[in-house]
Design a protein around this ligand. Structure first.
Ligand code: PMT
Length: 402
């Protein structure tokens, strides 16, 4: 952590009493630490304590001209290489999830491009409330890292999940986040989700891809310092922090969007489930069954969509192109044939025969397949961890740290 710039943002929970210890650990590890506090946080720990420990004035007020003169809130957001929000109250997590910026801490959280690590701490019922659950899910999808809360006896007298993680654990997680800037300087282009091929004005051909795998790759790549462009099929997923998103509907739109970004990209990851076929003549109007002969079916003529991955591989030069493959059987043999046919540098073969892996799941079971026939099988992991493993291989192939 030598000379790394960490902003510790403190909000109003009893666990704020542990923040001086967190600052001490970070400083001992060589980090340069600054603090920002909400008004409620100051009820639990004094700004003077944190100022003494960090050696810098503590920012508490968005509208105090003297504080803004010292370092304005946008400069503070830009200064940080990592923001640690600890303790993170339910209220501040909700504000983050909504993008509110009505105090100094939430304004900095909205403005920063740095990775954010949150250490929630609250009453167990507040933690388990559907609103907090949903806010945390939104934040995770945007690439925010969370540590804890731990289970145990809470200051309010309740037992359960809600204790802030120990300062040593928060500092260790911060070290991991700061350590992995191995994709800085890379431009990573990711496709995610399924495509929708119109049949008529209301109907389409689609598939079960949720976008979770591709969004995890995009979030992880951004966290590791890459400039990330995400071309996404229709999905309600939130855009990960620091990622530029281009929304598309059809395979042809996805192809256009990818080709427009491909020249600039040094690494391309095709996690999208692109429809292989589209309706040859989609109707401008809704097809009505009254217009068809009674009891007759409807025959749909399909035409092939371009193979975008093969097209990108054909023009890739020394850029890295990674494909995915969804396989329900003969995983290895199909994957080996696919990598040879498409010409990519690495193929991530998904096992979609299990309920807990592949389409619209939180976890994935994948095998990395290389063009020379080497394979590497991973255990079933959360998609975010699969993304991290994939990007470890990619960074190594690009000559960075593993
Ligand atoms: O989105 P999730 O719910 O998280 O699910 C993730 C996933 C299972 C969709 C993802 O991990 C995955 O496997 N994506 C690829 C699925 C797929 O379409 O596989 P495929 O074998 O049909 O295609 C192989 C590769 O060619 C893929 O990289 C695909 O993006 C690409 N392709 C396919 C068809 C086409 N016309 N053009 C393409 O570029």
């Amino acid at each position: 952590m030598e000379q790394r710039r960490i902003l510790v943002a403190v909000t109003g929970g009893i666990a704020a009493y542990k923040i001086p210890e967190l600052i001490r650990i970070l400083r001992r590890a060589g980090a340069c630490v600054r603090c920002a506090m909400t008004p409620a946080a100051q009820e639990f720990v004094s700004p003077l304590v944190l100022q003494t420990l960090t050696g810098h004035p503590v920012r508490t007020d968005l509208f105090d001209a003297s504080q803004e003169g010292e370092i304005d809130h946008i400069s503070l957001a830009d200064w940080a290489e990592l923001v640690i929000l600890a303790p993170a109250t339910a209220n501040t997590l909700a504000k983050m999830s909504c993008g509110l910026a009505d105090d100094l801490v939430s304004a900095v959280l909205l403005a920063t491009r740095a990775p954010v690590l949150v250490a929630p701490a609250m009453n167990v019922n507040m933690w388990e409330h559907p609103a907090t659950r949903s806010n945390m899910e939104t934040l995770r999808q945007r690439g925010i890292r969370a540590i804890g809360p731990e289970v145990g006896e809470l200051a309010c007298g309740w037992e359960g999940a809600g204790r802030m993680s120990q300062p040593e654990a928060i500092a260790a997680e911060a070290g991991l986040l700061l350590g992995s800037r191995d994709l800085a300087g890379e431009v990573v282009l990711v496709s995610a989700g399924g495509t929708r091929e119109p049949i008529d004005r209301v109907r389409f051909l689609g598939n079960r891809s949720s976008g979770k795998m591709g969004f995890a790759v995009a979030a992880e790549a951004a966290l590791r310092g890459a400039d990330v462009v995400l071309v996404a099929g229709p999905t309600p997923l939130a855009t990960p922090a620091g990622v530029r998103r281009v929304d598309v509907q059809t395979a042809l739109e996805m192809r256009d969007a990818l080709l427009a970004e491909f020249e600039r990209a040094t690494i391309t990851v095709m996690a999208a489930a692109v429809a292989d076929f589209r309706a040859a003549r989609p109707s401008e109007l809704k097809i009505k069954k009254e217009d068809l002969a009674a009891d007759s079916g409807l025959t749909l003529e399909l035409t092939r969509n371009p193979d975008i991955l093969a097209e990108l591989c054909a023009r890739k030069g020394d850029r890295l192109v990674i494909g995915f493959a969804a396989e329900s059987h003969d995983l290895m043999a199909s994957a080996q044939r696919k990598i040879a046919r498409k010409g990519c540098d690495l193929l991530v073969a998904n096992n979609i025969s299990s309920e807990t892996s592949g389409f619209d799941t939180d976890d994935n079971a994948v095998v990395f397949v290389w063009p020379d026939g080497q394979v590497e099988e991973l255990p079933t992991l959360p998609k975010r961890d699969v993304a991290a493993q994939l990007l470890d291989r990619v960074a190594k192939a690009r000559g960075g740290d593993e």
